[in-house]
Ligand binder design. Structure first.
Ligand code: SF4
Length: 65
């Protein structure tokens, strides 16, 4: 699975980072970006799904299943 944070949609709530710090980080402005080039290791699929479902801005996209 590969994911990405859509910059224009992210409002910096940091829920994704709280749920899955392995997969997300935040920049100096508080906006999230994907770690690991967006590639989600198999053992973190559930966390990725949880982060996607909990993003209030629908800013996290699945690029590749
Ligand atoms: S939860 Fe969504 S809006 Fe909040 S920081 Fe993460 S990607 Fe951005």
């Amino acid at each position: 699975m590969r994911i990405r944070v859509v910059g224009g949609k992210c409002q910096g709530h940091n829920r994704c980072y709280t749920i899955a710090p392995e997969l997300f980080d935040v920049d100096d402005l508080g906006n999230a970006f994907e770690r690991l080039g967006g590639v989600v290791p198999a053992d973190l699929y559930d966390k990725a799904r949880l982060a996607i479902d909990n993003c209030p801005e629908y800013a996290i996209e699945v690029v590749e299943e």
